[in-house]
Design a protein around this ligand. Sequence first.
Ligand SMILES: NC(=O)c1ccc[n+]([C@@H]2O[C@H](COP(=O)([O-])OP(=O)(O)OC[C@H]3O[C@@H](n4cnc5c(N)ncnc54)[C@H](O)[C@@H]3O)[C@@H](O)[C@H]2O)c1
Length: 319
Amino acid sequence: MKILVTGAAGFIASNLIPRLLQRSDHVIGVDNFFLGKRAYVHKHPNFEFHEFDLLDLEALTALVTQAKPDRVWHLAANSDISYGTKYTDFDLKGGTLVTYNVLEAMRHAGISEIVFSSSGAVYGEPAIMPTPENYGPIFPISLYAASKAACEALITAFAHNYDIRCWIYRFGNIVGPNPTHGVIHDFVLRLREERTKLVVLGDGSQAKPYVYVEDCLDGMEFGIANARERVNCFNLAVEDQTTVREITDWTIEAMGIDRASIDVQYGDSPRGWRGDVPYVKLDTRRMTALGWTPRLSSAESVRRTIRDTVEQFRNGPLS
Ligand SMILES: NC(=O)c1ccc[n+]([C@@H]2O[C@H](COP(=O)([O-])OP(=O)(O)OC[C@H]3O[C@@H](n4cnc5c(N)ncnc54)[C@H](O)[C@@H]3O)[C@@H](O)[C@H]2O)c1
C-alpha cells in the first residue's frame, strides 16, 4: 500500500510513519517545517520526504497525481491555537484551505481514502459532558476549532460528491515522544532555562483527557479497519482527565526541582488563553463499542510523556 502523510515532520506523524513503514510498501511525507522538526523526519528506503507548503495546490496536485497513494493521512495544521488568534487568517489558510487543497488534489488524482485529525475542540463548550459525536449544534470558540469544523464539513462534502471514504477523529490531547508544542513540551523547555519560577497559563484547574500517541494511532488504525461507512467520525480520548496543576507538579518533580524552591504563578481564571476550552470530556463509547480500548489512562500517558520529554530535551530544544 502507498500512503501520503501531511505534516510528516510533526509530533503525531513522526510517531505514525515508522508504524506505516512496517506494513506499507511506500510512505510519502510532506511538511513545511512550520512547527515540525528536521530531527523528526524519518530516514528509510521506502520513505520519501517533500518539503513544501500545502497551500501550493499546484505542487500538491503534481505530487498526488504522480504518486497515486491509496490513502492520505492528513495531519498537517497549525497546532498553535493562540497563534491562530493573533493572526486571524492563519487557521483559515493553514487548516481550512490546506484541507481543501488536499481534497482537491485527491479528487484530481482519483484518490479515495482520507484519514483526518480533528479535535474535540469543535464542540466548543458543550452543554453535555462527556460529549458524544452527535452533539450539536456545535459552536467552536477558537479560530483553530472553527477551522477544524470547516475541514470536517469539506471532507464529508467531498466524500459524498467524489466517491471518497473518510475517517474523522476528534482527539482529546495527544501526548508522547517527539512533541512540537503543548503544555508538557513548554514546561520542560521553560524549566530547563529557569528553575526557580514557572508562570502557568490559567489557574491550573483545567482538566482534559490526555491520550498516549501509540493508543491514538492504534485507535485510528482500528477505526480504519473496522468502520467502513463513507463517513466515519469518532471521538478519540480516554475516560479520565488530568489537571494542569497535576502536570505542573509532576513536571517539576521529574526535572529534579525541589517544589519548595520554585515560585509557581497561576492565572486567575481556568481559561489559559482566549479560545481555550478548560474542561473537556469526550464520550468514547462509539470507539469502544467498535472494540478499541486505550492501554494507558490519562495520568499514565502524562507521566510517561513527562519522562520521555525530559529525556528527549536533555540537551535543549531540537531543530
Ligand atoms: N496533538 C494534539 O493534542 C492534537 C489534538 C487535536 C488535534 N490534533 C491535530 O492532529 C494533527 C497533528 O498534530 P500534531 O500534534 O502532530 O501537530 P504538529 O504541529 O506537531 O504537526 C503538524 C505538522 O504540520 C506541518 N504543517 C503545518 N502547516 C503546514 C503547511 N501549510 N504545509 C506543510 N506542512 C504544514 C507542521 O510543520 C507540523 O510538522 C493536527 O492537525 C492537529 O491539529 C492534535
